[in-house]
Design a protein around this ligand. Sequence first.
Ligand code: NDP
Length: 252
Amino acid sequence: MTFTYNAEKNFLESKTFLITGASDGIGKTCARTYADYGATVILLGRDQKKLEQVYDEIEQSHPGKVIIHPIDFKTASLEDFKLLADSLNEQFECLDGLIHNAALLGARTPIEFYPAQEWADVMQVNVNAVFQLTQALLPALTKSADARMLFISSSVGRIGRSFWGAYAVSKFALEGLMQTLADEVENTTAIRVNSLNPGGTRTNMRRDAFPAENPETLPTAESLMPVYLYLMSKEAQSIHGQALNVRDFKAL
Ligand code: NDP
């Protein structure tokens, strides 16, 4: 049965969430959804024009509740992440949520032939930048009375599958980062850390990975949102250090 979550109107009212890869796909829908429930959302992405479109849309329905911060994870330096953290510290008392959603698919080819530069790029975007952003924002998350961090994973980050190369390995790395961090912050902060596999979803990345597939057969990003909302709720506060799957959520 489909998971439903009857979220109270504006239950995220006083919260500030940062979503990476918010210019498209699941990240864009997630940003809109959190804003619909009252959160202030900080949108990260590499394409300023696309981010501005999402900004305009959210700003129109929720004025003053959205900011954008263009940043390319492939080329961003430690200094760029520090500047981002400084800027957020000036604007907000704390950060209540960090959704590590941005990712690069990379080549789908056997390890034997995987191009080394592409491997490095995927690791940079999907792992190194995630580590650097996490490190830069941990102080702001620590200041929250109830913060959530989600590492968006994949089924190929839990069981390896041929030809998924750097993408699969990067998602395995995220699972390791999630577990390590969850253990570190469990008793000393109010940050709850989990990974979440959205499952096959109708987005550009999925189309690139499975060009012959009919997108109409896939769930939309919107259909995942009850789970994304629930994981930010008080009811989900005890969920920590877990590798979650959207499809495993059953009706409450
Ligand atoms: P999309 O390709 O639709 O969106 C990915 C987002 O990441 C875009 O906003 C994209 O920006 C951004 N991004 C890519 N590279 C960079 C970069 N170098 N710097 C900053 N931002 C970047 O993917 P999905 O919405 O499908 O995927 C969202 C998450 O869900 C990913 O972590 C993915 O691995 C995971 N996932 C998706 C599945 C699916 O079936 N869709 C299945 C399992 C997991 P831009 O708009 O510029 O491209």
